[in-house]
Design a protein around this ligand. Sequence first.
Ligand SMILES: [Zn+2]
Ligand SMILES: [Zn+2]
Length: 242
Amino acid sequence: MLTASADLVFPRRCPVCDRPVRPFGALICDECSNKPVRTEDAAKYGVFCRKCGRPLKTPESVADGRCGSCRDQGHLFMRGTAVFMYAGMKDSLYRFKYEGRAEYADYYAGEMALKLTGYFRPDEAQLIVPVPLDKNRQKSRGYNQAGLLAGGICKRTGLPLGEHALERVRRTLPMKSVTAAERRDNLKNAFIAHSNDVKFKMIMLVDDIYTTGATMDACAMACLSAGAAGVSFITLAIGEDA
Ligand SMILES: [Zn+2]
Ligand SMILES: [Zn+2]
């Protein structure tokens, strides 16, 4: 985390507007702090998917208790949740991932820590595990955004961090250009979990975005194969129910 003196030399930027934060010393501008839409505030019916936690948008989803995506596709994780709706966060997440704005993690991890402790029972998060990046990608980017979020969550909650519990073992194709089915196929066996870290534990996966859950399922599969007792997740942002 940056100190006050580091802030003087490199003014901290706001995760929403990317300008130096006002007031000085805060993690987000006062006027920006209400801009990212929280999942609770987007819940038209006040109901959330019991698997992925996204606010349900249609009467069909409400009747079923699951979002459209979770009705189409079963999941290996138990349940999950997210802090913010993805719409409106695209620019911020792009800068966070690709333009070196690692400092955003301080604000984001704080929000995730609050959500995690309010949403899950303590026995659902025995090890906090970031979704890993491909090693080459991490090298060129310098950091893994999920790793920064997971580290920040552990700093705030005191929960143990399994930084290397999961590894990405196979280089995957860029996600944007493939269909959901191809994506799932592509991700299968992309991760391995280390049994020494995960065995008999309830794993809490951490990532920046949840879309279809393909990544979470691939990570859950690796953790369960290595002896984990169960897997849940928390992400910073989630897409809408469709
Ligand atoms: Zn701002
Ligand atoms: Zn869902």
